[in-house]
Design a protein around this ligand. Structure first.
Ligand SMILES: CNc1ncnc2c1ncn2[C@@H]1O[C@H](COP(=O)(O)O)[C@@H](O)[C@H]1O
Length: 349
């Protein structure tokens, strides 16, 4: 496990006794919301940056100096608001635009979550957005990631294929076709996701609706980033719920009408505490919407989102549940165990 964690999670962990940490380590838990390119361990990013050669004008748009500056920014990630979050991915993408590096990155992320005597989680549903890269089609991209995922047993990890809100309709369709094809060949694709800049794209379009309908008909589960910012219109949230998601990411600003649907349909919420605090969409842990869902005995799964910029860990996110205020939510061990169990029950397998 990465020792290089910071901020809220590090502070929460520091307040726990060794027996509380041991309790958290032993809990069977599922990580259901981790973005591959946002979860690459920093030492691997530094290694990629050291070896970086801009060999492709299309995928390596940055000079060596720009890459080094970008990595420094990632090391000291500090956001004014959530909209500043997405820019730095251009640097990461330049570093993972070869098959070799994509393979290495995937291997490192899987190891980070799943390897060792007390792995961060019992089960990881990794997600990633298929990209064209040097001598790689989007299909090659997904196959490369899957080849690594499938080196682990079935009950340890699986892949969710992400659609970026910015994608053109034909690209979204291509990604859905890839997910369907690979699933039908027995590959370990279990679901599709909608992510990216929360205000990008037209979520009302027929083509988006068609993508999720086709995915569901092919037996793929659906998770959607929803209401991640206050600026996501209530009407858009209702539209996204009409795509019949099995889980939702963040769900920070759902109104009563949307929450009534979520509770009624028992749609599990992927909760990313540090991510919300660092992106400043939630001001304090005490004000976090997880309290609403727990009060309603609604399924939630505690997740990391992007351990590379956020410098968190799944253990640290669980520490935020157990630590006393103001470092955490001050839940009991029984309550935390129940939440971990809900994460296991919300898997797409
Ligand atoms: C802060 N919360 C978030 N909200 C929305 N989308 C996010 C995200 N965190 C990550 N991503 C999405 O995941 C991509 C990186 O991983 P992959 O290239 O897919 O492996 C980002 O470019 C963004 O589109």
């Amino acid at each position: 496990m990465s020792a290089d964690i910071r901020g809220h999670v590090a502070e929460a962990l520091a307040t726990l006794s060794p027996s509380q940490i041991d309790f958290l380590r032993r809990l069977p838990k599922a990580e259901l919301h981790a973005h591959l390119n946002g979860s690459i361990p920093l030492p691997i990013i530094r290694e990629f940056a050291k070896e970086y050669k801009p060999i492709s004008p299309q995928f390596h748009k940055y000079s060596v100096e720009q890459i080094q500056d970008g990595v420094k920014q990632l090391e000291d990630f500090n956001l004014e608001n959530i909209y500043g979050f997405f820019g730095p991915f251009a640097i990461i993408y330049a570093l993972t635009s070869t098959k070799e590096n994509l393979q290495k990155a995937t291997r490192a992320v899987l190891a980070e979550f799943l390897d060792g005597e007390t792995p961060q989680c019992s089960y990881l549903e990794l997600r990633s957005t298929p990209r064209e890269a040097v001598e790689m089609t989007r299909l090659d991209y997904v196959q490369t990631v899957l080849d690594e995922v499938e080196k682990y047993p079935k009950d340890r990890t699986a892949l969710i294929v992400s659609l970026d809100r910015k994608m053109k309709p034909e690209v979204m369709q291509e990604v859905i076709d890839i997910a369907k094809k690979l699933r039908s060949e027995g590959r370990r694709v279990v679901g599709v996701d909608l992510c990216g800049d929360p205000l990008a794209g037209d979520m009302y379009s027929q083509s988006v609706a068609k993508c999720f309908e086709e995915a569901r008909n092919a037996g793929l589960k659906v998770t959607l980033h929803i209401a991640e910012t206050m600026d996501n219109p209530a009407q858009e949230n209702i539209q996204l719920l009409s795509y019949k998601p099995n889980r939702l990411g963040h769900a920070t600003f759902l109104n009563d009408e949307a929450n009534a649907i979520v509770l009624q349909e028992k749609i599990a919420i992927e909760i990313c505490l540090s991510s919300n605090l660092l992106c400043k969409t939630v001001s304090t842990l005490d004000a976090h919407h997880i309290r609403y869902y727990l009060k309603n005995d609604h399924p939630v799964a505690i997740c990391t989102d992007d351990i590379l910029p956020f410098r968190n860990s799944l253990l640290g996110e669980y520490a935020l549940l157990l630590a006393k205020a103001p470092y955490g939510l001050g839940l009991s061990e029984d309550e935390v165990a129940r939440i971990a169990q809900m994460s296991m029950e919300s898997r797409f397998v």
